[in-house]
Write a new protein. Structure first.
Length: 212
């Protein structure tokens, strides 16, 4: 039986707080400080926060990493960590334009939901074109679905205050990534990963928000 059925008859009401296997997986996940990136640090902080765990990462240590910033991704995750967990904001200037759904979301987030000079309707049309028949989203139109791209797409819709064209098919893709071991994979049939698990949890919560 699908584990989500035992939690709720309505899959849009899935709560990670009730998933004990998920808590065990995240609580046992270790991060080596010498290999730590803003990306992995955010995944761990955010996933633990969603299920009520309290990982011990000091603000002093996080701020010491700030001086290693070099690219769009570093700026994006650093801004998310400081804004969402420490109520601090960093104002960065970034170049316009994007190639992938991830770059689009990062640009929208850093620019507070706007991309100057580009019509919002064109952005929405491009995002919808990234969705595949399996319900997931690719890196760009006509590319393979992965859970991270699905998360970036849903996050773009939320920032733009719009809804995807085929919202129920998206949930089918997300559930296909559940491994039965307390974590989620990037796509159906894969192994559980920390970042994929975070993306899947957020997808389910974003779907609930967008389905209101």
């Amino acid at each position: 039986m699908n584990p989500f059925v035992r939690l709720s008859k309505d899959k849009f009401n899935y709560s990670p707080l009730l998933d004990e296997q998920l808590k065990i997986y995240l609580n046992s996940y270790s991060l080596e400080k010498e290999n730590l990136s803003f990306r992995l640090l955010f995944y761990h902080l955010a996933s633990c926060n969603l299920i009520g765990l309290k990982p011990a990462w000091s603000l002093e240590y996080i701020m010491s990493l700030k001086y290693k910033l070099m690219n769009l991704e570093d700026k994006f995750y650093a801004k998310k960590i400081l804004k969402e967990f420490y109520a601090m904001n960093i104002d960065w200037k970034i170049k316009e334009g994007w190639r992938t759904i991830k770059e689009l979301y990062m640009s929208l987030y850093i620019n507070d939901g706007m991309i100057n000079g580009i019509d919002k309707r064109d952005i929405i049309q491009w995002i919808n074109a990234c969705q595949n028949p399996d319900g997931g989203f690719g890196f760009l139109p006509n590319s393979t679905s992965f859970i991270e791209n699905t998360y970036f797409s849903l996050s773009c819709f939320l920032l733009l205050k719009e809804s995807p064209d085929y919202i129920t098919k998206i949930s089918d893709f997300v559930f296909s990534c559940y491994t039965g071991k307390g974590g989620f994979s990037r796509k159906d049939g894969g192994a559980p990963l920390l970042d994929a698990t975070y993306y899947a949890i957020k997808c389910l919560l974003l779907l609930k928000e967008l389905n209101k």
